[in-house]
Design a protein around this ligand. Structure first.
Ligand code: NAI
Length: 704
């Protein structure tokens, strides 16, 4: 398989990863921590070894390796750079988005490099770290590309300032692999022999974790959160149980060079190490900027929208200020003055803005707003759906016109403007969209049934378009603001009103609109300097059907407390995730689910070669579907079914109907009939995204 040049610049992810304190401790044990560094191993005052970052993004690395088309048989981890922006919390959910930034050709028999850069953000909203990995493809050299020019790391010509001796246990890889890298080279003696080694070898990243502990201990003992950057090149393999020595030279305040050698023979196993440490410095270079970006803000003639427009323009964005200048309840003709005034303010401060007076409540209005951005600035990168009106009435008195007017502006308005903007963003493979909800929708508010319904509607809209935008680097989030404006003038008590400047809300909005932000599908609350996240969670629930029998209403009533209990409630990224949990209890058992059981197919490649012959055309009448298979450890294949024919090719499809991700061993077990698809799915071995219903057809479409 040749390197996939089309993968350059395409987003990998966002990939989500939940982790708990147990994962943190398992990693620490895997890289040799113990009682002498109890803060790494004990949930009380738990501290995270920063090199744990790699274990947290292992899925993204695997995906990048598959996307790159590197021959996985020759794949090695070449270099690793980690830049830490904020300390890694001991638990949470991470979102990682990255891209392959380029390939380098070292020559026919010397291999090739693929560089993969990713950004990882915690569910607390903090950007935690940047990872730059160089994947080394031993078997991919000579593809005709350029070699990379590197500046050599020159170690001082003197004795190191620190020498840290460590001895990984002979069983070290057995613990380390539980943090995610289960490659057989590190565990299976037969596999290791076939790969040319006497026995299983250490994971290079495990040795990297030992080195990270040594560096922290030398410069910032007890303060792993002060590690700012760690970079290195993996140069030689090491067997478990061999002692290592990390040699460290301090080169300046907060900077050091390092390398790790095999203490038995002096061979350098990790080379070119750089290490930086110290407090987080918020420098200008870290400033969030929007230079070159085009933002549309609806309802930007007043209140919150006006503030977003001014703040975005101050930081370099070119802004479309939309406002129809109507009354608080949306009645009347409207006026151009609200939008014009904000444009004048922006321009007089040296910014760039254009006014638009269309009504978001009509599809034509939405198209015109986006067209204004395209005509004036050529594109659209950011959309803030903010326009809003109120028509409060108790539900009994809620006349249809008041119900409809509020839904038209808030919910249909978000649809009308987002749809044309989304099309442009999809083409550009970039976009940041904000929906505006309200506490009234999230929690309910007396007299606002129309507004509550519309505001919860935009949350549902976000939930689905975050999925449809995910592969196109389009992030969609929803904000529930709290600010003084004409909408809240008679709702908020005067003392609150005076303290609730819209300026307090804008920083969160700007952060979500920035290129650096990769969170998507979240609801945030902001106002008066307070910021938090709200989420829809689902309780663990109860299975009350016994032996397939429908339970009686009385049984349900008797268990209502357990059914309603939210303790241990979970946030689900999408319906598929939630369904996987729901189906867990249906998990069938098999006589032999061993992935190693013998079968007709020995490799994934054999399965895909045989696939067209195993296609049961009679079951596919009228069906058009594209399955994307991502087989970890083997590669990516596309199976395209249309007009009663089945075409199979290797590679990635830009818009598959549904994507199936599974390790090669599990895939073979499934095809060979020793692992039931449902079992693979409910146990998490098989991940399905996209149109999950179509995946259920696979069983009938092929007779393997
Ligand atoms: P605001 O009334 O000061 O600003 C809303 C702007 O939207 C006005 O300038 C109005 O002319 C414009 N607008 C109304 N209908 C429009 C339409 N059909 N097309 C184009 N523009 C239109 O209100 P505020 O407080 O700044 O609200 C902004 C958003 O935040 C709204 O969606 C609101 O529901 C939401 N919100 C505000 C809260 C607050 O505490 N201020 C609380 C929760 C939500």
């Amino acid at each position: 398989m040749a390197l996939n040049m089309d993968a350059i610049g395409k987003p990998v992810g966002p990939l989500h990863k939940d982790y708990t304190w147990k994962d943190v401790v398992l990693y620490a044990l895997g890289v040799g921590a113990g009682f002498s560094e109890l803060d790494y191993c004990f949930e009380k005052n738990l501290k995270v070894i920063p090199s744990f970052a790699i274990a947290l993004i292992f899925d993204a690395l695997s995906q990048a390796a598959i996307d790159s088309g590197i021959n996985l048989k020759g794949l090695l981890h070449g270099e690793q750079e980690l830049i830490f922006h904020n300390p890694i919390p001991p638990q949470g959910t991470l979102t990682t988005t990255g891209k392959i930034t380029g390939y380098f050709d070292k020559g026919k028999d010397k291999g090739a490099l693929a560089v993969f850069q990713s950004e990882t953000v915690h569910n607390n909203g903090q950007h935690l770290f940047t990872s730059i990995v160089t994947l080394f493809g031993r078997l991919d050299g000579g593809f005709g590309g350029q070699d990379r020019k590197t500046v050599p790391v020159v170690f001082p010509d003197r004795e190191p300032d620190f020498v840290v001796e460590q001895t990984p246990s002979p069983d070290q890889p057995l613990i380390y692999r539980l943090s995610g890298d289960i490659f057989h080279l590190h565990v299976d003696p037969e596999f290791a022999k076939r790969s040319g080694f006497d026995k299983p070898i250490m994971h290079g990243l495990c040795t990297h974790g030992f080195a990270c502990r040594a560096l922290i201990d030398s410069f910032v003992p007890g303060h792993p959160e002060q590690v700012r950057r760690m970079t290195c090149r993996f140069s030689k393999t090491l067997y478990p149980g061999e002692p290592i020595r990390t040699l460290i030279w301090k080169t300046a305040d907060g900077k050091a060079l390092w390398r790790t050698v095999n203490a038995n023979n002096g061979q350098v196993v990790i080379d070119n190490g750089e290490f930086e440490y110290g407090d987080i410095v918020e420098d200008k270079a870290d400033e969030i900027r929007f230079d070159g970006k085009v933002a549309i803000i609806t309802g930007a003639g007043a209140g919150l929208g006006r503030t977003y427009a001014l703040e975005l323009a101050k930081r370099g964005a070119r802004v479309v200020v939309n406002d129809l200048g109507g009354a608080r309840d949306g009645a009347g003709e409207g006026s151009t003055s609200a939008a014009d005034q904000v444009v004048a303010e922006i321009c007089s401060a040296g910014g760039q803005a254009v006014a638009n007076y269309d009504n978001v409540a009509s599809a034509k209005g939405g198209e015109n707003i986006v067209q204004t951005a395209l005509d004036t600035y050529g594109t659209v990168d950011i959309l803030i759906n903010n326009a809003g009106i109120l028509r409060d009435k108790t539900f009994a008195k809620m006349a249809p016109e008041n119900w409809q007017a509020v839904l038209d502006v808030h919910l249909s308005g978000a649809y009308n403007v987002t749809r044309p903007a989304f099309r442009v963003m999809k083409e550009n493979r970039y976009g940041r969209i904000i929906m505006t909800t309200s506490g009234s929708g999230l929690y309910g508010n007396f007299g606002q049934s129309n507004y509550s319904a519309a505001k919860m509607g935009v949350v549902g809209l976000m939930n689905t378009i975050k999925l449809e935008g995910a592969n196109h680097n389009i992030c969609v989030n929803t904000l529930a603001p709290f600010a003084a404006s004409r909408l809240t003038a008679d709702i908020m008590p005067p003392e609150l009103f005076n303290q609730s400047k819209p300026e307090f809300v804008a920083p969160l909005v700007l952060s979500l609109c920035s290129e650096r932000s990769v969170v998507s599908g979240n609801i945030y609350i902001a106002g008066m300097g307070y910021y938090s996240r709200a989420a829809m969670i689902t309780g663990p629930g109860q299975v009350l059907a016994k032996d397939g029998q429908v339970p009686t209403p009385e049984t349900i009533m008797a268990h209502m407390d357990e059914i309603s209990d939210l303790s241990g409630g979970k946030f689900y990224w999408d319906l598929n995730d939630q369904m996987a949990d729901r189906l867990q209890f249906l998990q069938p058992t098999t006589a032999d689910s061993s992935a190693d059981a013998p079968g007709r197919y020995k490799t994934a490649a054999q399965v895909f070669t045989a696939m067209p012959d195993c296609f049961a055309a009679d079951t596919a009448t009228g069906l058009t579907v594209t399955f994307q298979y991502l087989i970890a450890g083997a590669g990516a294949w596309i199976c395209d079914i249309r007009s009663g024919a089945c075409n199979v090719s290797s590679g990635r499809h830009p818009e598959p109907t549904c994507t199936l991700e599974i390790a090669e061993d599990d895939f073979l077990a499934m095809i060979n009939g020793t692992l039931l698809p449902m079992e693979a799915y409910t146990s998490g071995k098989l991940k399905i995204s996209g149109d999950i219903m179509k995946a259920q057809l696979i069983g009938q479409l092929f007779r393997f």
